[in-house]
Design a protein around this ligand. Sequence first.
Ligand code: ZN
Length: 425
Amino acid sequence: MAAGEGGRRLVPLAALIRREAKAERVDSPSVRYGSAAQSKKGEDFFLVRTDCLRVPGNLSTAYSVFAVFDGHNGNAAAIFTRENLLNHVLSAIPQGLGREEWLQALPRALVAGFVKTDKEFQSRGETSGTTVTFVIVDGWTITVASVGDSRCILDARDGVISLLTVDHRLEENVEERERVTKSGGEVGRLSIVGGAEIGPLRCWPGGLCLSRSIGDMDVGEFIVPVPYVKQVKISNAGGRLIIASDGIWDALPSEMAAMSCRGLPAELAPRQVVKEALRTRGLKDDTTCIVVDIVPPEHPVGPPSPPKKINKCNCFFRNRSRDSSSKLAKKLSAVGIVEELFEEGSAMLAERLGNDSSTSVHTTSGLFMCAICQVDLAPSEGISVHAGSFFSTSSKPWQGPFLCAACRNKKDAMEGKRPSGVKVL
Ligand SMILES: [Zn+2]
């Protein structure tokens, strides 16, 4: 389910700037961050951008982006994604939106940006793949999109720790195992001589342990780049995000990672988390950590203080299922700590791109636009994302959003409707 469809109207730029300037509240939080990494294979990368503006030239529309990319089978996919993903996401957001509409448009733009980045990387014919955990912080609103098993956790100011991502690991995600199997993939362990099975569950062909990633041309296309997306609004008490690759999470449960750096400023906290992970497990894998503090304006330098008592029921350790994460968020919402604005993890593009009868799919020239790669389409070229879909019986096949032929082929391949391994670029 994509948020924010329908009812979008274009707003003149001058009116928008006036509105944004008015909305520049004195209670806007500031963002402080730090990062640390220990490399074993040279395949982890990260991105920090604190200078992004929703409206060019208007400093009151600033937002920040933080991301971790954990590459495998080489570093090309991770580097390509770091260079291109943000632009692809932004180009999928309609122009002229106010802040609230912009935030509502983000989940869908994230899906388009991830799929476009994957498609472009595959067209280069290079192997390798990458996880992505991509975090946009705008005021008190945090939007996280992820594929793979790098994670983002939220340590709210009162000490409640929650997971803002799910792990797309075949071993631990039964929904994803079922999806991959239904789409034509085989899930099993590596067999050694004598028939014994070893290691985690993997997908064949390819032998990848993840069910979602960007890149991975040499595995079936049911290993999809469609991200799990979650958007939350924290209270004006602030909070801390810890974004890290599995080098951290394989060594430390979420709570330990959060506790290990409490009381330290964001600039120093990631080093402490990495140190704690290495102390526990040694340097077995690339290990990357970004810590972001969302700080209320009255207390510009105060890191989260140690909580008096942690409520065990609300703590989130290594539970990887989507349902549990959803239940937890609802629980958090109920006590007013974190307001959940959006959550969706479906791998089906028809569900993620939604129905669109608004004008946002049209370019100014009156042409249609591909909802994934944003190329212009003549009316006869666009194929509705819902055409022939088993998943959205209520939608109309002539209704947008529309896809170009190449993106439609990619969608079919991801859903197992085209033989795996036949890549359409
Ligand atoms: Zn397209």
